[in-house]
Write a protein that binds this ligand. Structure first.
Ligand SMILES: C[S@@+](CC[C@H](N)C(=O)[O-])C[C@H]1O[C@@H](n2cnc3c(N)ncnc32)[C@H](O)[C@@H]1O
Length: 192
């Protein structure tokens, strides 16, 4: 498939609003990944502070107990769900222009967004995560031998593309399946 001709049916920046937001948890809660991912996120976290972007409905809140945590999402309706779950520090923001200073969180968590970002959008998101994370980025991604968009519309990244957009950072721990792992990335040359 020629990715340059690929246009998304729905833009992820506007997709999660209204009923789609209200149904978000109910539609997914019986899926195996739903119960698996919080444990994976918890096992990969580093440090005392975490930025969850996109925070979505805030389903990882229990992973962050005892830490300073902040959630950012582009959808006000998803942020409302997170607020109802007990999140307090929430902001509207775009992952390609994260409204926080450099190196302001030990860990940055980004789950279930890479698959919706085209290879044109994802480098900016990765650059921003690298800018704001002090120690670790925790991200899930569908990996494949080459970058492609199957019928499902879920974008798969070649390992080369993934490594390129996260250059300067390396995968230090990976949980789950080889084709859709949850990964912890750390800087190749951490500043002391
Ligand atoms: C599939 S949900 C994932 C939410 C959460 N991380 C989870 O795993 O349940 C995708 C989320 O990304 C948000 N989103 C889409 N594009 C975004 C962007 N450019 N910047 C920040 N959030 C974005 C949507 O509003 C939605 O809440």
């Amino acid at each position: 498939m020629n990715l340059t001709s690929y246009t998304r049916k729905t833009d992820p920046r506007t997709r999660y609003s209204g009923q789609a937001a209200r149904d978000y948890d109910a539609i997914r809660k019986s899926k195996p990944f739903w119960t698996r991912q919080p444990n994976q996120v918890k096992a990969l976290l580093v440090g005392q502070s975490v930025l969850d972007i996109p925070v979505g409905s805030g389903r990882f809140i229990d992973c962050y107990q005892g830490m300073d945590f902040k959630g950012i999402d582009i959808s006000p309706d998803m942020l409302e769900l997170a607020r109802e779950r007990g999140w307090q520090d929430l902001d509207i923001g775009d992952i390609t222009n994260i409204p926080v200073p450099d190196k302001s969180f030990d860990s940055v968590v980004c789950v279930h967004l890479m698959m919706h970002l085209t290879p044109d959008d994802s480098p900016a998101a990765a650059e921003e995560m690298k800018r704001v994370a002090r120690k670790a980025i925790i991200v899930d991604c569908h990996l494949s031998s080459k970058t492609l968009v199957p019928k499902s519309g879920v974008i798969r990244y070649s390992r080369k593309l993934f490594n390129d957009i996260f250059s300067g950072w390396e995968v230090t721990k990976s949980l789950g399946s080889i084709s859709h792992p949850m990964m912890r990335l750390e800087p190749c040359n951490p500043v002391a």
